[in-house]
Design a protein around this ligand. Structure first.
Ligand code: FRU
Length: 445
């Protein structure tokens, strides 16, 4: 199988959540949960890649390895912050017990962004607060008015997902501030990987709930979503709108946001814990999504658009046409971008390989349905469609991935796909669209 070229992949072994996303002295740092020696998450540390353009990534030595009494069974997810020109990582140390486990929050520091030293005084947060089970992980830290705040994912004794938060002046001593956001149990039993980010005047909490139940309308037991709102730091209150799903595809979890000034760039794990990852046969497993820039729409929905830099990968126009009511073409499977613009009320976009149909994306008056051939047969994902007209369909593919962006990131679907041989693309629209334009670019680094 060809390895994706413009996504962050592990050189070998296992990869999960993006961690510690940060821009430091003009260099972008992406850390991630990594077990290079296994194809499962057996011995998790932090892998590390850096880039100066968000496109080309250079592998660095592992940043954290599970080698201390407080993190011996895993240096789990965490985040980075820059203070006095040093980079600090706040992460969860995971230690298995005979029954259950212990999770504490720990600090590591670096003067050059490459070599990290764990803090002598670890753990900096030793115990979960009251009414929080042992599931207490994934600190996301940020600075506001000279204070540092960290949100941490957790579960109540009643098995409801929640996020708690802490404050610190120096990154070493932490004061518990209370519950940041919680639920009545209808959004999973544990909220993993909380992220908090201010976009313009809106504050956004992103979470990855697990333990979701179909009866409550969820399509899988894991997904990622967000709540927009406003944090009042004086009163310690995050008031927010209700939970919305972030990406409607099959393989998207544990996103984290990199703050680059006003630009907020999201990477996610391009899998959920149930995703198989056929590349295992080639000695690696899972990858990260393309970077996406986050914006808040006027109705407070979060928009995710592929970062502008990706346009630099366009190499050759493979197809350029006015697609009409029905169109099809056959293209060798390769890294590519498909861009359809125009005004479409209804549309069906289909991909087949040399053997069979693999994927159908159908846009109707009030919903968008992604139907995909998965290991266990045809599966669907649906999302409500609120726009009248589809103006833009942008699709990125990288051999075994597909990321679909509709109307500039209002509706996004990310899935793994494993075509055999060349790709057959088909479009069926309700009517001719003379203003329509379709381009397919091959992409290279
Ligand atoms: C999410 C997660 C985190 C945890 C990490 C362990 O995928 O379960 O909650 O810190 O993975 O690798």
């Amino acid at each position: 199988m060809n390895k994706p070229i413009y996504h962050i992949t592990p050189e070998k072994g296992w990869m999960n959540d993006p961690n510690g996303l940060v821009e430091y002295n003009g260099v972008y740092h992406v850390f991630y949960q990594a077990d290079p020696e296994h194809l499962i998450n057996e011995n998790i540390g932090w892998g590390h890649k850096i880039s100066s353009d968000l496109l080309h990534w250079e592998e660095c030595q592992p940043a954290l390895l599970p080698d201390q009494s407080y993190d011996r069974d895993g240096c789990f997810t965490g985040s980075a912050v820059i203070k006095d020109d040093k980079m600090y990582l706040l992460y969860t140390g995971h230690v298995n017990q005979e029954s259950g486990y212990i999770e504490t929050q720990n600090l590591a520091v670096s003067k050059d962004g490459i070599h990290f030293e764990k803090y002598d005084g670890n753990p900096v947060i030793k115990n979960p607060p009251a009414d929080t089970t042992m599931r207490f992980r994934d600190p996301k830290i940020w600075e506001k008015n000279g204070n540092y705040y960290a949100v941490i994912g957790g579960e109540t004794e009643d098995k409801c997902g929640k996020v708690v938060y802490y404050r610190s002046r120096d990154l070493q001593e932490y004061t518990y501030c209370g519950v940041f956001a919680d639920s009545d149990g209808s959004i999973g039993n544990m909220w993993e990987c909380p992220n908090f980010v201010q976009i313009g005047n809106t504050d956004v909490l992103i979470i990855s709930p697990k333990g979701l139940e179909k009866e409550n309308g969820f399509s899988a037991s894991f997904e990622s979503g967000y709540m927009t709102g406003k944090m009042n730091y004086e009163e310690g209150m995050f008031s927010h709108a209700s939970y919305k799903k972030l990406d409607h595809g099959f393989d998207f979890y544990a996103p984290q946001v990199m703050e680059c000034g006003d630009r907020k760039i999201l990477f996610a794990w391009f899998a959920i814990p149930d995703s198989p990852g056929k590349e295992m046969e080639d000695g690696w497993r899972h990858l990260l999504t393309i970077p996406r820039e986050l914006k808040v729409a006027s109705d407070n929905s979060l928009l995710m658009t592929p970062i502008e830099e990706l346009k630099k990968l366009r190499t050759k126009v493979l197809e350029k046409t006015v697609p009409g009511a029905s169109w099809n073409c056959n293209i060798e499977n390769q890294p590519l971008e498909l861009l359809l613009t125009g005004r479409y009320e209804e549309l069906c976009f289909e991909i087949a390989d040399k053997n069979e149909s693999l994927l159908e994306l159908t846009l109707k008056k009030d919903n968008i349905v992604l139907k995909q051939k998965r290991e266990d047969g045809w599966q669907i994902r649906t999302c409500s469609y609120y726009d009248d007209i589809m103006r833009k369909l942008q699709i990125y593919m990288d051999y075994s991935t597909i990321e679909v962006f509709i109307n500039d990131g209002r509706y996004v679907f990310s899935s793994r796909i494993y075509p055999v041989g060349s790709l057959d693309f088909r479009i069926n629209a309700a009517a001719d669209n003379e203003d329509g334009s379709l381009k397919i670019y091959s992409l290279s680094l």
